[in-house]
Ligand binder design. Structure first.
Ligand SMILES: [Ca+2]
Length: 291
């Protein structure tokens, strides 16, 4: 069975809720092993709201959080709805540091691990650049080389050289994380860029008593939300661009220190996807996975 770790900027945008649901459901059905979820943003309600969302899905997996993240989440509306459903007095302090979680899950995995990133890159980069510690005598680079099969990243804007996208450019620490990770990662990365999910609206068909609908409404997405993150989850679960309805462009990607992305087509460890089907195809696929 394929094993996954998920990194999310939980709380920033509501499309993360759709992606988390898709992965939790696949885990619950025994289709994948979701080893854990690392949160790369930080509010007082981060971990408790994610825990409550998992509990509502009927499956809890380990949660970690970047305890030093200084992002300023503007709209925590769905965290406010979810957090009161968590056990009383649960705080971020009850959860592991996200870089340690990544190291531990990768080191302890029996086989290969795939990592999905639907938010900022400082945690996965922190894990990659980490040194030996009490978890493992191996460096992050050694752990990734030996145990990580592939990274799936929602980020970048690949229909133009110098594209600028939120996850890779929002804050100085996200720019540095994306720049370093794409440069140093020793295993293949598949990118799904901003241009893929833009305008593809999903989630609006969730019934009113569904916690997902309540999260969408709280956030301001009554009719659904653009599908960056659930499209990456769907792509990763399918396991290849072709099976998920995409073509791909192969080569070598880079992200500069300003967060702008570039791509050199040819032989290389990277690929970004382009749509091979009309938007209605992806909308149906994702709505079926989250309804
Ligand atoms: Ca996200």
């Amino acid at each position: 069975m394929r094993s996954f770790i998920l990194g999310t900027d939980w709380g920033e945008d509501v499309d993360d809720c759709l992606a988390v649901r898709i992965l939790l459901r696949a885990h619950k059905k025994g289709e994948i092993d979701l080893l854990g979820v690392g949160i790369n943003t930080r509010t007082e309600l981060s971990c408790s709201s994610l825990y409550a969302f998992m509990e509502n899905e009927g499956v809890i997996v380990p949660i970690g959080i970047d305890k030093t993240s200084d992002c300023q989440v503007q709209n925590i509306s769905y965290q406010k709805i979810l957090a009161p459903l968590a056990p009383p007095s649960m705080t971020n302090d009850h959860f592991e540091d996200a870089v340690r979680l990544y190291r531990r899950l990768i080191a302890q995995a029996k086989g290969k691990v795939e990592i999905l990133e639907i938010g900022f890159m400082q945690v996965i980069n922190g894990a990659l650049m980490s040194g030996a510690d009490d978890i493992s005598p191996k460096t992050g680079l050694e752990l990734f080389s030996e145990k990580v099969e592939r990274v799936w990243s929602m980020g970048g804007k690949w229909d133009q050289q110098g594209g600028l996208e939120y996850n890779y450019s929002k804050y100085p620490f996200t720019r540095e994380g994306a720049h370093s990770f794409v440069k140093n990662c020793p295993v293949p990365i598949t990118f799904l860029g901003w241009e893929i999910g833009s305008g593809v609206i999903t989630g609006g068909s969730a019934s009113d008593d569904d916690i997902l609908a309540r999260a969408l409404i709280a956030w301001g997405g009554e009719k659904g939300r653009e599908s960056w993150d659930p499209m990456l989850a769907h792509l990763a679960l399918c396991g290849s661009p072709e099976l998920a309805g995409y073509d791909c462009v192969n080569g070598r990607a880079s992200v500069d220190s300003d967060g702008k992305n570039y791509f050199e087509i040819g032989n290389g460890p990277h690929q970004y996807v382009t749509k091979a089907k009309p938007d209605s195809y992806y909308i149906n696929e994702i709505n079926n996975l989250v309804k």
